[in-house]
Design a protein around this ligand. Structure first.
Ligand code: HEM
Ligand code: HEM
Length: 194
């Protein structure tokens, strides 16, 4: 009986270990997204507060379109992979993490959609397929531009929560949550695919 229980526990641990890591593609895309977003925030603010010349807004649009491709790839890759096994965490933490992750995805999508429309209203947009200029300059277009401005506060709040959560796991709980998002391999971790 005792042996049976021990083997049950061992199987459960192996099952848990199977679902502990994001795929290398998702990990790379996560960190590439972070770099691109830092660039976007910096060039966006540089344009708005006239820290430099027109290069800032050209760079913002060019890298913004690269970000659209990276985000699309990331969402596709995400649809093919389950979130790493979360049962060791309390229920409230799992809900908080999933809600924040979902909100971060929505915020990034909203950013690129509103930005693309805002850029279509510029005199000389650097876009592959600009949306209609008349629409971008209409009242609705102006409202969308206001959303693009407002989103930076939403992003700031979400990223702050997200990073505080990651740091809590790293330094307070001292568990392996942070390593879900690093390429360093661990013997007891395998990536989880559908
Ligand atoms: C996560 C992605 C993005 C971030 C974080 C971001 C961030 C910003 C920021 C901080 C500003 C300065 C305005 C402000 O004070 O809020 C800005 C302005 C702008 N962004 Fe973005 N942006 C993103 C995506 C895009 C994309 C994909 C495009 C177009 C391809 C774009 C086009 C523009 C334009 C045209 C402006 C200037 C609008 C104006 O003042 O006329 N953005 N962005
Ligand atoms: C220094 C900054 C950042 C750190 C330290 C960090 C850390 C992490 C860690 C450790 C995970 C894995 C969490 C888990 O397994 O439960 C994760 C996941 C995630 N991160 Fe970040 N992150 C950062 C910035 C960002 C930014 C800027 C975004 C997007 C705007 C973002 C979006 C996400 C999303 C959506 C997930 C869930 C993964 C998925 O489902 O695809 N992160 N992050």
């Amino acid at each position: 009986m005792r042996r049976k229980r021990a083997s049950f526990r061992a199987n459960r641990t192996t099952d848990a270990a199977k679902h502990m890591k994001y795929s290398p593609l998702l990990i790379i895309l996560h960190w590439v997204t972070l770099l691109l977003i830092l660039f976007m925030v910096f060039t966006g603010l540089a344009f708005r507060f006239e820290w430099g010349d027109a290069g800032a807004i050209r760079g913002h649009q060019t890298i913004g379109q690269l970000l659209i491709v990276v985000l699309a790839l990331r969402i596709l890759a995400k649809l093919r992979q389950r979130t790493p096994y979360q049962n060791p965490h309390p229920f409230w933490e799992r809900i908080a993490a999933r809600t924040t992750h979902g909100a971060l995805y929505l915020c990034m999508i909203a950013f690129v959609v509103t930005g693309y429309i805002a850029a279509s209203g510029l005199d000389r947009p650097v876009l592959v397929w600009p949306a209609g200029k008349a629409f971008a300059r209409s009242d609705t277009g102006e409202m969308i531009l206001e959303w693009h401005y407002a989103l930076k506060w939403v992003l700031l709040a979400l990223v702050t929560l997200h990073v505080l959560g990651a740091l809590k796991h790293l330094f307070w709980d001292k568990d392996d949550t942070f390593s879900h998002m690093t390429l360093r391999s661990r013997k007891d971790e395998t990536q989880c695919t559908k």
